[in-house]
Design a protein around this ligand. Structure first.
Ligand code: CMC
Length: 432
């Protein structure tokens, strides 16, 4: 097939002819990688925030933001949410295909039997003050895994990459639960490999050595569902951070720690915690109008947290799925209805009928509801990003592996539009 190209002209003269690349779905891309050379080193492109720039090839996740569609390896998120489990989805994201029963059993065994962390690693927690934010602790502890697994940090060996991937996915719940236990001053609970991935996490968070722990299956299933929905979301800020960090050949534990750091921001994975803070600040229904006005005011930095998305300009499909679960979980776990949930629903109702939000396609995103579910499971708001990071570790690892094994991959090195001082001579301090 003939290669399609676009021409870039300046004053009627063609200065570059750029190939168009088309994937299996989604918009085509203009390949600008040779632009600088073709224009005689005259031009870069400028796209802060990657508004219209594809940074890599990927075959993992596809989003159609206009249609509100999300596919993992081609499978619609709605079907996976209804029929699959988090570990099956993890296998799918990592390997590209749904597993056979044997493959799933082996994978599940590998993950559920690598859940312990080195005893020395536990000392790290005690270096943090009890009120340290759990995400800060998690970043430190996950990063420090590279100091424990020298045998698997050669990123150019496929076998090492797989072992690292399994270690990360298996150990993040243990690390996360210990972050929580440290913050409340309770002893760490060892993992129990008989339990499911999410069951084990709940137990490590909520069991105490002096009492029997009874696992609640609704909680286990709700967590599994949330983890499926959060497992991957193509080239978002944290995944791009992991790819950029990993593009230099850095070890996977350091790369995932950088991903958690990026996830923490309130515009990204920190949004669920920010939603709860916001609802608490709004306080009651009579205050909603005031806060809607604040969100619309360009001179006010306040934004409605849990609303809007860079890619979804239609409803976030994850929000649709989670909204129902939110009702179910709240019914089971709250004896009385949660006033914050009622406030959230009212806020949603008002915001989605307001012209400002309609014109800008600002709909509730997944994190508008995820915090409500975590809250009803007894998980405090400063742990929400930690929970998100456990699920997203699968996506980060899948992207990191895809990048490293792609022979076309290069170190990520963006260019810039420099607008600082032009060249000038140093002035001695006495003459300034
Ligand atoms: N409240 C009020 N106005 C908003 C909001 C909001 N939450 N989000 C966007 N806008 C306005 C924004 O002011 C701008 O208005 P105008 O065109 O008049 O200047 C317009 O909508 C477009 O916004 P933008 O900032 O250019 O959009 P973006 O794609 O750069 O930002 C976003 C996307 C998610 C960072 C943003 O919508 C936001 O800050 N939302 C709140 C934080 C949040 O919920 N984040 C979680 C995202 S989902 C979880 C995840 O995947 O990480």
């Amino acid at each position: 097939m003939e290669e399609r190209t676009v021409q870039l002209t300046e004053n009627g003269k063609v200065i570059a002819e750029l190939p168009i690349k088309t994937g299996t779905m989604g918009p085509s891309t203009v390949d600008i990688s040779q632009l600088y050379q073709q224009t005689g080193k005259q031009y870069f492109t400028f796209d802060p925030g990657f508004m219209a720039t594809a940074s890599c090839h990927s075959a993992i996740t596809f989003i159609d933001g206009e249609q509100g569609k999300l596919l993992y390896r081609g499978y619609p998120i709605e079907q996976l949410a209804q029929k699959s489990s988090f570990l099956e989805v993890a296998y799918l994201l990592l390997n590209g295909q749904l597993p056979t029963q044997n493959e799933l059993d082996t994978f599940t065994h590998n993950i559920l039997h690598h859940t312990m962390i080195n005893e020395s690693l536990k000392m790290f927690y005690h270096g943090f003050h009890y009120n340290a934010h759990p995400v800060a602790v998690m970043i430190g502890v996950v990063g420090s895994l590279s100091a424990f697994y020298h045998d698997s940090i050669n990123v150019y060996r496929q076998e090492s990459r797989i072992i690292s991937a399994h270690r990360l996915i298996a150990k993040v719940p243990t690390i996360a639960a210990a972050c929580y236990k440290h913050s409340i001053g309770e002893p760490f609970i060892y993992p129990d490999n008989k339990l499911s991935y999410c069951g084990n996490l709940l137990r490590m968070m909520f069991a105490v050595p002096c009492e029997e722990y009874e696992l609640n299956q609704t909680a286990e299933r709700a967590l599994d569902l949330l983890f499926i929905l959060h497992a991957d979301h193509e080239q978002n800020a944290s995944t791009s951070t992991v790819r950029l960090a990993g593009s230099s050949g850095a070890n996977p534990f350091a790369c995932i720690a950088s991903g958690i750091a990026s996830l923490w921001g309130p515009a990204h994975g920190g949004a669920a915690e920010a939603v709860l803070d916001m609802l608490q600040e709004i306080g009651n229904v009579s205050q909603i109008d005031k806060y809607i006005q604040k969100a619309k005011d360009k001179n006010d930095p306040f934004r409605l947290m849990g609303f809007g998305h860079r890619v979804y300009k239609n409803y976030d499909p994850r929000a649709k799925i989670i909204r129902d679960t939110c009702h179910k979980v709240l019914n089971e776990f709250s004896n009385t209805s949660d006033p914050l949930f009622e406030l959230a629903l009212k806020l949603e109702e008002i915001a989605v009928t307001d012209d400002y939000f309609i014109e800008r396609s600002l709909y509730p995103n997944v994190d508008f509801y995820s915090g409500m579910i975590y809250r009803s499971l007894g998980i405090p708001s400063n742990m929400f990003t930690v929970m998100f990071a456990i699920a997203r570790t699968v996506g980060w690892v899948a992207h990191w592996m895809e990048m490293i094994s792609d022979p076309r991959h290069k170190i990520g090195r963006p260019r810039q539009l420099y607008d600082g001082a032009v060249s000038r001579d140093y002035v001695a301090i006495t003459e300034r």
